[in-house]
Design a binder for this molecule. Structure first.
Ligand code: AMP
Ligand code: GLY
Length: 416
């Protein structure tokens, strides 16, 4: 069959590779895709991932059986709705259900109503009330912009001043989007991917750990993620079970009770607090860079998996016992302003270890940066230690100017 991947980053690069391993796939298309996918897929560069008209027409012309939506923006734009209406099987929730990610108020209201563990919160639409609330609650406290912010609209404020500054900054951008103020939760975080169809849930057996802060030692601003690894062997099965039973399954059931029909990945950002596992956030898609390492270890045929989820059939996911670890190389300045167009050389032998999230191919092994996070350099080994060593060895072989790119040196440190 022919399949379509929507999106053009590292996660979609991983999805394309994963689909290429399926015995069912013939042609793979990617919109817009990226230049590193051409080995596996027909890449429709220059097309927006939310260009519904183009995408629907393409599925007709190319006889697409399954479409997999990578990023949150096309979900929020209703790409899944349109494909479903056109009779294409689409993995990714409709706009209504994708609010689980796009609207913090939507997600929080359901969690509150159904007793799903998460941080206490309040939403504000003006600076004065929000500031009063911060002064009343004190620090540490967490300030989040509502709506899609690519993981960057979050300030974890350790002091009241920091919190008030963050509020000023967020409200300076306009008062249309509410700002959410949350209780600060403390503990170790992990990312759990669960394939959901209504009340049916198929959790990944292994979880990943992302590194949200820009710099070593979990310092600096929040980013979309600076590196990830899987499995996280120091997080026990009991903890993962708790997350599934107390958070993910109740959320799937709650959505159904609310008259919703969720079909796609539910990404749980979880935190292990002294009062048990709690929800940091839900996303309506695979994590990026978590998908690159998790799907890299998935041995099941991905189309078989999607069909099982569609039919709500029991399925046993198979994962390699290896570990995989990836390091993000990002443009200097990211997650704030950064420059594009810096030169990068990726030795040909590393092609399979690199996931392209913001690189334009120039020629042979030469690339140019075209985004904030530009690539994930991975390593794989029988232990996390080995995967980490290989990932960093690979990273050192990428040629670039230190003034244009940076990366964290401590990815996976918690796990080794
Ligand atoms: P989010 O975009 O909601 O996933 O937040 C990004 C990161 O901010 C999370 O991965 C956490 O590290 C941190 N964070 C978010 N909410 C909280 C919270 N309530 N307490 C502590 N840290 C948080
Ligand atoms: N890596 C975090 C995310 O995808 O939201």
């Amino acid at each position: 069959m022919n399949v379509l991947v929507i999106g053009g980053g590292g996660r979609e690069h991983a999805l394309v590779k994963t689909l290429s391993r399926s015995k069912h796939t013939k042609n793979i298309h990617a919109v817009p895709g990226n230049s590193s996918m051409t080995k596996y897929a027909a890449v429709h560069s220059g097309i927006q991932d939310s260009d519904i008209e183009y995408i629907v027409e393409l599925t007709k012309q190319e006889n697409i059986s399954w479409a997999v939506v990578g990023p949150e923006a096309p979900l929020n734009a209703g790409v899944a709705d349109a494909l479903e209406a056109a009779g294409v099987k689409v993995f990714g929730p409709r706009k209504l259900e994708a609010q689980l990610e796009s609207s913090k108020a939507f997600a929080k209201d359901i969690m509150l109503k159904y007793g799903i563990p998460t941080a206490e919160y309040q939403a504000f639409t003006n600076l004065i009330d929000a500031s009063d609330y911060v002064k009343e609650q004190g620090a540490p406290i967490v300030i989040k912009k509502d709506g899609l912010a690519a993981g960057k609209g979050v300030a974890v404020a350790m002091t009241e001043t920091e919190a008030l500054d963050a509020l000023k900054e967020m409200f300076a951008e306009g008062e249309n989007n509410p700002v959410v103020i949350e209780e600060f939760l403390e503990g170790e975080e992990f990312s759990l991917m669960v394939l959901v169809n209504g009340e049916y849930t198929l959790p990944f057996d292994i979880v990943a750990q992302d590194h949200k802060r820009a710099f070593d030692g979990d310092t600096g601003p929040n980013t979309g993620g600076m590196g990830a690894y899987a499995p996280v062997t120091h997080i026990g099965e009991d903890v993962i079970e708790e997350a599934i039973n107390n958070i993910v399954k109740p959320m799937a059931t709650a959505m159904v009770r609310e008259g919703l029909d969720y079909f796609g990945v539910m990404y749980l950002g979880a935190i292990i607090t002294k009062d048990g596992v709690k929800t940091i956030e839900f996303n309506a898609r695979f994590g990026d860079p978590e998908a690159q390492v998790l799907l890299g270890l998935l041995e099941s045929d991905f189309i078989d998996v999607l069909e099982a989820v569609r039919k709500k059939e029991p399925y046993k996911l198979e994962f390699s016992t290896d570990s995989m670890l990836g390091v993000i190389l990002a443009s200097n300045g990211y997650p704030q302003a950064y420059e594009k167009g810096a030169s990068v050389i990726i030795p040909q032998k590393l092609e399979d270890a690199v996931f392209n999230s913001g690189l334009k191919h120039v020629q042979d092994d030469r690339y140019e940066t075209a985004g904030g996070r530009v690539m994930l350099v991975t390593g794989r080994g029988s232990t996390l230690e080995e995967a980490k060593q290989i990932a960093y060895k690979n990273t050192e072989q990428i040629e670039f100017n230190n003034e244009s790119l940076f990366y964290r040196n401590d990815i996976g440190e918690r796990g080794v």
